[in-house]
Write a protein that binds this ligand. Structure first.
Ligand code: GDP
Ligand code: MG
Length: 163
């Protein structure tokens, strides 16, 4: 059984960039426009001889009752419910935001294992970047750069370790 890793986080933190790197595909839409990636995207990746599924959620946005946003939220909820581990991405350059805190509360409720991932960490002091996000309560964050690849192997090692 391949473990399923689900990428969650507010729009524009780099989920699709990481999805592409983890699946080495161009299937996920990457764009500068926040929130452009609207659907769930599935891919298969491999670390050494260990395969995994990865899901790119469209970004957890404020709840909507109906329409496209509600459908996106429903799909993200379903992906989270099916996750073996959640990779909770935040933006090391933007720092901690109220939306990150809100998402942290929701993720804690799911009871799924959460790995806090600080993205866009290239060229930054890891300890300083990580300290900003400790209050989310998921322990020591893993600092990566999805676009440069720094720290990505260590992240997947940690996420797959229990399986
Ligand atoms: P998503 O909305 O969470 O899927 O975010 P995207 O993957 O679409 O990325 C949003 C923006 O952040 C794009 O302009 C990316 O090029 C940029 N980005 C993603 N990863 C990194 C990174 O590791 N470092 C930097 N500096 N920018 C990044
Ligand atoms: Mg995206």
């Amino acid at each position: 059984m391949k473990p399923t890793l689900v990428l969650v986080g507010r729009p524009n933190v780099g989920k699709s960039t990481l999805f592409n790197r983890l699946t080495r595909s161009r299937d996920a839409l990457v764009a500068d426009m926040p929130g452009l990636t609207r659907d769930r995207h599935y891919g298969i990746g491999r670390l050494g001889d260990r395969p995994y599924f990865v899901v790119d959620t469209g970004g957890l946005e404020p709840a909507a009752k109906d329409g496209i946003l509600a459908e996106m939220a429903r799909q993200a909820d379903q992906a989270i419910a099916e996750a073996d581990a959640l990779l909770f991405l935040v933006d090391g350059r933007a720092g901690l935001t109220p939306q990150d805190k809100q998402i942290a509360v929701e993720l804690r409720r799911t009871g799924r294992p959460v790995h806090l991932v600080v993205n866009k960490g290239e060229g930054m002091n890891r300890a300083v970047v990580a300290a900003d996000f400790h209050e989310l309560g998921f322990g020591d964050p893993i600092v990566i750069s999805a676009s440069h690849g720094d720290g990505v192997r260590g992240l997947i090692d940690a996420a797959l370790a229990p399986f």
